[in-house]
Design a protein around this ligand. Structure first.
Ligand SMILES: CC(=O)N[C@H]1[C@@H](OP(=O)(O)O)O[C@H](CO)[C@@H](O)[C@@H]1O
Length: 405
């Protein structure tokens, strides 16, 4: 069976992290979300993958190449304009054999475990099937109404609580779906939505079934959702590997993974679950608390404490810092005495809408340079290529190339 993975969008609500990479490339436990998705397909024996790319596609293609290192074969198809999920799937039409009985479609930016996909593979029926989860908070998703297994309506991102059965965006289609995709009208927000295609199929009397799952399905809607996803994945890791050099006098407890060529210096105290990548230099006397992921080529100097955070590749973090509930993009330099304030239940405004964040520190994009003794207020984001001189307190979001003297 072939799988089409949708990986063309940016992930606007994950800015500033997505200013330099698309959402599918955001790391969870040091691997892009898309790598987790491909791994789950491969474990189900699905190795023939059509990857729909668009935004920052080079970064995806450079990482995955032809897929062989990941146990799959990838055919890249470009969606030049991001005109919706039905339009994205339509781009793959040429590569789906009309004689194939069915194919799978899923999002490249939702974390799924192998069993999640198996639940659909083992239970699909009718003209199309979609995998659903039960959720309390359904805002931002499509929900379905159904009679027994048969879907009677799909409602996309509507306010109210008509249904708690959420569409995961994981589907089994027959090649006939392309006929209905061609007839799908453009929606109010200017997109061709696969959910509208499905509604059209329902209206034509076709049988669309919903397959419920209780297996893992996680969507990082906002950047801060990555912290939760990271914690879940770190917690479920099996037998983490300790490579590199662990000096005498290092304390490790819980699940801790350390990559090749990394040195953990004496006096460092690490409580897992935690993952530290390759070629890092940590300590002496650094404290790393659950659920933290540190990328490759990162150095962290004495008396810095990091908790429940993601630090991406190529960062340098100097001494006496405190970072918690935060995401630091790649190639950031952070001076001594850096302090991130954190708060619970912040209201963050994006594009005029209010979004509620859980306990949050800060989110940094890539390539920022922060001097010594800098304080960042809770919920504040620093975009890309910003420079903050020593001794400043950052109260407001910094946009790309900002300089704070
Ligand atoms: C038009 C469309 O395809 N909507 C889908 C899709 O929404 P996006 O906003 O495109 O990610 O994925 C959601 C699951 O992540 C699903 O709930 C919804 O129905």
């Amino acid at each position: 069976m072939k799988a089409i993975i949708l990986a063309a969008g940016e992930g606007l609500r994950c800015r500033p992290l997505t200013l330099t990479r698309s959402k599918v490339m955001l790391p969870i436990a040091n691997r892009p979300i898309l790598e987790h998705v491909i791994g789950s397909l491969e474990k189900n024996g699905i190795t023939d993958i059509i990857l729909i790319v668009g935004y920052k596609k080079e970064r995806i293609m450079d990482y995955f190449e032809d897929g062989l290192n990941f146990g799959v074969k990838i055919k890249y198809v470009e969606q030049k304009a991001q005109l919706g999920t039905a339009h994205a799937i339509e781009q793959a039409k040429k590569w789906i054999d009309p004689e194939d009985s069915v194919f799978l479609v899923l999002n490249g930016d939702n974390l799924v475990e192998p069993k999640t996909i198996a639940d659909l593979l083992n239970n699909y029926e009718g003209d199309a099937s979609l995998l659903t989860v039960q959720m309390e908070e359904t805002a931002g998703y499509g929900v379905v109404l159904k009679e027994k297994k048969r879907v009677t309506r799909i409602l996309e991102k509507r306010p109210g609580d008509l249904s708690r059965i959420v569409n995961t965006g994981i589907y089994i289609f027959t090649p006939k779906v392309f006929e209905t995709i061609e007839k799908t009208p453009i929606s109010e927000n200017g997109e061709y939505a696969i959910t509208d295609t499905l509604q059209l199929m329902i209206d034509e009397g076709k049988i669309i079934t919903s397959v419920p799952t209780e297996s893992k399905w996680l969507d990082a809607v906002h950047a801060w959702d990555l912290l939760k996803a990271n914690a879940i994945v770190l917690n479920s890791a099996r037998e983490p590997k300790l490579e590199g050099e662990i000096e005498e006098g290092v304390f490790l407890s819980g699940k801790v993974a350390v990559g090749k060529n990394t040195r953990i210096r004496s006096g460092t105290y690490i409580v897992g679950p935690a993952v530290i990548g390759e070629n890092c230099d940590i300590g002496p006397n650094v404290v790393i608390l659950p659920s933290t992921t540190i990328g490759d080529n990162v150095s962290i100097r004495s008396f810095t404490e990091i908790q429940n955070s993601i630090i991406m590749n190529d960062c340098r973090i100097y001494s006496h810092g405190q970072i918690s509930n935060s995401i630091i993009g790649s190639n950031n330099t952070i001076g001594s005495g850096f302090f991130v304030e954190e708060k619970e239940g912040l209201s963050i405004i994006m594009n005029g809408n209010i979004h509620r964040a859980p306990k949050l520190g800060t989110i940094f994009g890539d390539d920022n340079r922060i001097g010594n003794s800098v304080l960042v207020k809770a919920g504040v984001t620093i975009a890309v290529d910003c420079q903050v001189e020593s001794g400043n307190t950052i109260y407001r979001d910094l946009s790309r190339h900002s300089v704070v003297l």
